[in-house]
Design a protein around this ligand. Structure first.
Ligand code: KIV
Length: 292
């Protein structure tokens, strides 16, 4: 897409999201209600999105779009999600909201913006929702975050939880391996998710958890459990979009590549470079003339 297209509409002013008050087709109560009597009939579809155009393309196919702090690695080439700031999440969140029409947009709260105290979490989450127009926030952690989740929900901020492999805790976990292999770990994951549900979270992401625990968790909670590297049995699935598009050479075993865009991008760039070097591009049809 050219950034110099003459008929492109002007971008809205930063920090004044034009869609902030727009009613979305998919709301938090609608997602919550998808799980009735312990079962979600049709799995909930969620993908990450970081830009307006990506959101436009994904939105018709998704129930929720997650502005994940995985943008650290995917967009910024950072080694982990630790360095992500509220400003980064606000900028990408606002872009995604501008591109989404139907899906519920959920924005990740970055490391360090919510763990200190419920009041800190409220200030950060309120600022994210104000600046982006998103419908909910997601935060990592279980029982330790339950008071914070309850504080946010009581003040009008819908919260999605995130248990199991929580990438912001990589320095404590020691890596990105699957969780729930020992009885103690499994019990902690179940207790964490149960605490989040009791605190009022409307849904929980269950990441990198051995399948039997993901299944038990899905059966045990009344709120939708969204799996990634978890189980087909979960109430929904989320993937990092660039992973499933095949933008990276290496992906975790739980990722299915539904396209091979890295190869397509490489081919397009190689073809473009050759066309520039042999002067076949730009051709007569690409240049402006003094007369029509
Ligand atoms: O940041 C992210 O993209 C996520 C998903 C992997 C669940 O948290």
């Amino acid at each position: 897409m050219s950034t110099h297209h003459e008929s492109a509409p002007p971008l809205p002013e930063p920090d004044t999201p034009s869609q902030a008050s727009r009613t979305r087709a998919t709301t938090v109560p609608l997602i919550r209600q998808r799980k009735r009597e312990g079962r979600t009939e049709t799995p909930i579809v969620m993908l990450t999105a970081y830009t307006a155009r990506q959101a436009e393309l994904l939105d018709p196919h998704c129930d929720m779009l997650l502005v994940g702090d995985s943008l650290a690695q995917v967009i910024y080439g950072l080694p982990s999600t630790i360095p992500v700031t509220l400003e980064m999440m606000a900028a990408h969140g606002a872009a995604v909201v501008r591109g989404a029409r139907h899906a519920l947009v959920v924005v990740d709260m970055p490391f360090g913006s919510y763990e200190g105290a419920p009041q800190q979490a409220f200030a950060s989450a309120a600022s994210l929702l104000k600046q982006t127009g998103a419908g909910a926030v997601k935060l990592e952690g279980g029982a330790a975050m339950a008071d914070t989740v309850a504080f946010l929900v009581a003040r009008g901020i819908p919260v999605m939880g995130h248990v199991g492999l929580t990438p912001q805790a990589v320095n404590v976990l020691g890596g990105y391996g699957a969780r729930g292999k020992s009885d103690a770990e499994a019990e902690k994951i179940l207790a964490d998710a149960t605490a989040l549900e009791a605190a009022g979270a409307f849904s929980v992401v269950c990441e990198g958890v051995v399948e039997p625990i993901a299944v038990t968790l899905t059966d045990r909670l009344a709120i939708p459990v969204i799996g990634i590297g978890a189980s087909n049995h979960c109430d929904g699935q989320v993937l990092v979009t660039d992973d499933m598009l095949g933008m990276f050479d290496r992906v975790p075993r739980f990722v299915e590549r539904f396209a091979n865009l890295a190869e397509e991008v490489g081919t397009a760039a190689r073809t473009y470079a050759a066309a520039v070097r042999n002067r076949s591009f730009p051709s007569a049809g690409h240049v402006y003339r003094t007369t029509a």
